[in-house]
Design a protein around this ligand. Structure first.
Ligand code: ATP
Length: 462
């Protein structure tokens, strides 16, 4: 059975995971809204990240910083100036595309750095390069381009009532900078000593030129970032530690090894400030895509902020009596992207024979939006079943469904990935037991109602 994006997008819409944004107004390109199940799924993903990276981790603490920051932040981070994509348009068919590959090829042919090529490359030179290499528009095949323009990816707006230059602010393009500017505050208030990390989950905005593939690349998205501060020269060890930690987190939540790959960047591909970078990629129905970028960013960020803000961001190690600007390891994960990866990974169509196909989302129980479906066999049994439901929904997100035949109700729960269904039947009234059905094996077990809480206790751990 083929797993396609069309099927996943259709199921997501039909069952309340993800709807197209502003749909009643004809939508807004590449915006998506999480529905009743999607919000549960994404919250579970974020909870799972927070639980392992912050709550259970002895090194790390969290923050929740403002989206709007002093624009000097973006001068220091390099986003004002550098964070832009080179773009060109085809004059014939008006298709717009990224020119970074062109510039990259040009740079390597001339033995210069990519960044330098962007600045040094005159439009004239570019035109002759395109002519010499007979580069044609990938859409219409013609050979007539506009100049390459830099496109700033940051959303710009104004703070206050007047729209003048001194009121310009930007929506943050990553959550990391809120952490860097608060490094001293958090170190002081948490009384942490190096090595320690600061994590944050929150919205980021990038005016992407080529958004697409459902929620894989959007202009408004959520990130889960950790900035881990360590002593210089211990950075590569910590880099290896966090890389493995991230891989283990994905595996512990049921991501399949064969749908995951780890790609270490070659020296030539590294940012100028990075000593090592790895991408963890997932095999989406549309191909491999980056989920997690893990980078050894050296002391680049704190040094930049120190230079621009003139605040001392050095750390004094009072045991070793040395002072240094800490090195940073940054594992940066997109919450929407990894949620999409878990959704795609979970999607399955099981052939039960005789033309019977069961659509089932095989989420890890910790991620499943609905943990338990409570299904009375008959409407006459609603009262007893409701009591079971009321007790369990204090602990778990449960769904009560007393409509339609039981087979159809099971299938509906399978389709939204509910790992367990409880059937309350006529015997339950007298023997005090219910039937618990497992989503994956479809096996059923008779369990005493009073034992349900203990029965489920360990089922949702990861
Ligand atoms: P890409 O190459 O896909 O644009 P990137 O290398 O620019 O990603 P980072 O800046 O390292 O990405 O951001 C860290 C993570 O944030 C990415 O691995 C991804 O999971 C997520 N992310 C980045 N941009 C987007 C986006 N436009 N939509 C959804 N998630 C995103």
């Amino acid at each position: 059975m083929e797993k396609t994006m069309e099927k996943i997008v259709a199921l997501a819409k039909a069952r309340g995971f993800v709807y197209p944004g502003s749909e009643i107004y004809g939508g807004l390109a590449n915006t998506w809204d999480y529905g009743n199940l999607g919000v549960e799924l994404k919250n579970n993903v974020k909870k799972a990240w927070w639980s392992k990276f912050i709550q259970q981790n002895p090194y790390n603490v969290g923050v929740d910083c403002a989206i709007l920051m002093n624009p000097q932040t973006w001068v220091a981070s390099g986003h004002l100036g550098g964070f832009s994509d080179p773009l060109m348009d085809c004059k014939e068919c008006h298709e717009r595309f990224r020119a970074d590959k062109l510039i990259e090829d040009y740079a390597s042919e001339h033995g210069i750095e990519f960044e330098n090529a962007v600045d040094a490359w005159s439009q004239e030179e570019m035109k002759s390069y395109i002519d010499e290499h007979s580069i044609n528009c990938p859409t219409c095949g013609k050979h007539n381009f506009t100049d390459i323009r830099q496109f700033n990816l940051m959303f710009k707006t104004f703070q206050g009532v007047t729209e003048d230059a001194k009121n310009v602010v930007y929506l943050r393009p990553e959550t990391a900078q809120g952490i860097f500017v608060n490094f001293k505050n958090v170190q002081r208030t948490s009384r942490k000593k190096i090595p320690f990390g600061i994590g944050q989950v929150g919205k980021s905005f990038r005016n992407e030129i080529t958004p697409g593939n459902f929620t894989f690349r959007t202009r408004e998205f959520e990130q889960m970032e950790l900035e881990f501060f360590c002593e210089p020269d211990t950075d590569l060890e910590w880099f290896a530690y966090w890389k493995q930690f991230c891989i283990d987190w994905l595996l512990s939540l049921g991501m399949k090894k064969e749908e995951m790959r780890v790609r270490d960047h070659e020296a030539a591909e590294l940012s100028f400030y990075s000593k090592a970078t790895t991408d963890i990629e997932f095999l989406f129905p549309f191909g491999w895509g980056e989920l997690w970028g893990i980078a050894d960013r050296t002391d680049y960020d704190l040094t930049q902020h120190q230079n621009v803000s003139k605040e001392d961001l050095g750390y004094f190690d009072d045991e070793k009596k040395i002072k240094y600007v800490p090195y940073v390891i940054e594992p940066s994960l997109g919450a929407d992207r990894v949620t999409l990866a878990f959704l795609c990974g979970a999607y399955d169509e099981e052939d039960l024979g005789e033309g019977d196909i069961r659509t089932v989302l095989r989420f890890h129980p910790a991620l499943a939006p609905v943990k338990i479906g409570v299904l009375p066999l008959s409407k006459k049994l609603s009262e007893g079943a409701e009591k079971v439901f009321t007790d369990l929904c204090k602990l778990y997100n449960c769904e009560f469904d007393d409509r339609g035949n039981i087979g159809k109700r099971y299938r509906r729960q399978d389709e939204i990935g509910t790992p367990f269904c409880i059937t309350y039947d006529f015997e339950s009234e007298t023997d005090g037991c219910v039937t618990v059905r497992d989503r994956d094996t479809m096996e059923q077990e008779r369990i005493r109602i009073e034992d349900l809480k203990t029965y489920f206790e360990k089922k949702f751990e990861f």
